[in-house]
Design a protein around this ligand. Structure first.
Ligand code: GLA
Length: 502
């Protein structure tokens, strides 16, 4: 087979030499240390000074390319449709002997980087044929995530640098730091664990994860649960193997490994399906997980497109991302967090809005801002998925993540997501009802300087002053007046209160 392939490539090269243009299929290989080889395919056709074709690179497939110039130097512009947006990539290319040298920028302001492509057999790397999405039906509730999931995920801190040893040591730290006792249960491996498929189509791990079943056993042995990541597309966001066309098979593999949680990320599916097909595509994996015979929490990650909160529960989803990716900055966190007000009606036990994972402890915000992050996510009944290095937390970060009184707000059994009560410039008051008739109230100061914030009991719909008002960050009861309570709130800070009549 290998010999046949080499002969074929040689023949193609000879033909191409005579043609001396860029017509044909080309592949550039970029091996990574985990054993996974990222490939970029250029399938091109040259007619005089016109080069057309398509490019497949990582999670992206650009079906339409046009050019200016000739094989000696050309500029190739390729476009794709992504929901309502058009994406494009521009390559500067030249034919050098039997190599195609292609340079592009990762971002418009980044320097050019060059890849060298070689001739590949026709059809290699082609996008797989479209599998029509299934007809819609209701996937029954799996009975999981009665309160917002709590755990840890590898992406925000480690991205592609996550491996078996790190996951094990994070699981150790989850227990030794007291995070487990505070309620954090899941150790979730995000993108970049995937390898190729075997001859039967079974997904395999790459070199960083030698034995996923053994890793799951290890995590379970600590009294924790383990999660994994995939995409409904042929490729994940980081360009690794996705579950497209292998949904049932992958769900069974996850079940056999002992996986308890799946984050399913749209990314490469954009090349095959339209946005209005998302529900059916997510339903397919929802069905597959239920058919796997193992209870697996189902986390939808499609950046809040297509009003996912309206159909998330119908596809068996336990949580769904409501936004694009969070970054470790006040700007990103606060823009996302304070923008969730209208989604409150969609949160309920078993089904949660997910404004993305926590950045607490990753270094881009102050401790005050991280306290606001924790408070806001808890008010929103958001999943509390830590994203920092649990092995090296400062005492302050540890205390923020394990504040049991704040976590109790997030985990309240009634699962009501907070709503904004008032907004006065940069000062906002949010509240949520809690089980047993109590109320959580957050006084947020989005300004950079300290400011007094007054909450009136009548604004919360209370007929009289609450008997007990507890400050959940100072861990003390506070004295309030008959009509209201005023606190001075630090810039970018919060005062979080629990009001009760007992
Ligand atoms: C997307 C998701 C992130 C992360 C990466 C992994 O950007 O939104 O949370 O999973 O993909 O590639």
């Amino acid at each position: 087979m290998k010999l046949f392939r080499s002969v074929l490539v040689m023949l193609l090269s000879v033909v191409a030499c005579f043609a001396a243009d860029v017509t044909g299929n080309w592949v550039a290989e970029n091996p990574s240390s985990d054993g996974y080889v990222r490939k970029t395919y250029f399938d091109l056709k040259q007619e005089g000074s016109q080069i057309t074709g398509h490019v497949r690179t990582g999670q992206f497939y650009y079906p339409n390319c046009t050019s200016t110039g000739t094989e000696e130097h050309f500029t190739l512009t390729c476009t794709m449709q992504d929901g309502n947006n058009e994406r494009h990539v521009v390559y500067e290319g030249k034919l050098v002997g039997d190599e195609l040298h292609m340079s592009t920028r990762r971002r418009p302001d980044a320097p050019l980087t060059e890849v060298i492509a070689h001739r590949a057999p026709e059809g290699e790397g082609a996008m797989p044929a479209r599998i029509p999405p299934p007809a819609l039906h209701k996937v029954p509730y799996n009975g999981l995530a009665k309160t917002p999931p709590m755990g840890w995920n590898s992406w925000n801190k480690f991205a592609g640098r996550i491996d078996d040893a790190t996951v094990r040591s994070i699981a150790d730290a989850m227990v030794s730091s007291g995070m487990k006792d505070a309620g954090y249960a899941f150790i979730n491996i995000d993108d970049t664990w995937e390898g190729d498929r075997d001859a039967q189509g079974n997904i395999q791990t790459n070199k960083k994860f030698p034995d996923m079943k053994a890793l799951a056993d290890y995590v379970h042995g600590k009294g924790l649960k383990i999660g994994i990541y995939s995409s409904p597309g042929p490729n994940t966001c980081a360009g690794y193997e996705g579950s497209y066309g292998h949904e049932e098979q992958d769900a069974k593999t996850y079940a056999a490994w002992g996986i308890d949680y799946l984050k399913y990320d749209w990314c490469g599916a954009r090349n095959i399906y339209k946005d209005d097909e998302m529900q059916a595509v997510y339903q397919k994996m929802g069905d597959a997980l239920q058919a796997s015979g193992r209870p697996i929490v189902y986390s939808l990650c499609q950046y809040g497109r297509q009003e996912v909160w309206e159909w998330g529960p119908d596809v068996g989803g336990n949580l769904w991302r409501t936004t694009g990716d969070i970054r470790d900055s006040w700007d990103s966190m606060s823009k996302i967090g304070f923008n969730q007000d209208e989604l409150a009606p969609y949160a309920a036990p078993g089904h949660w809005n997910d404004p993305d994972m926590l950045e607490i402890g990753n270094g881009g915000m102050t401790d005050t801002e991280y306290r606001t992050h924790m408070s806001l996510w808890s008010m929103l009944a958001a999943p509390l998925i830590a994203g920092n290095d649990l092995r090296s937390m400062s005492p302050a970060i540890h205390d923020i993540l394990t504040n049991k009184e704040v976590i109790a707000i997030d985990q309240d059994s009634e699962g009501h997501q907070a709503k904004r009560v008032s907004k006065n410039g940069d000062q906002e008051i949010w509240s949520r009802p809690l089980a047993g008739g109590a109320t959580a109230v957050a006084l947020f100061n989005r300004a950079t300087t300290d400011a007094p914030i007054t909450v009136k009991w009548s604004d919360l719909g209370l007929k009289s002053a609450p008997k007990k008002v507890r400050d959940l960050w100072s861990h003390s009861d506070v004295k309030v007046s008959k009509a209201d309570y005023t606190a001075t709130v630090t810039g970018h800070g919060v005062v979080l209160l629990r009001l009760s009549q007992k």
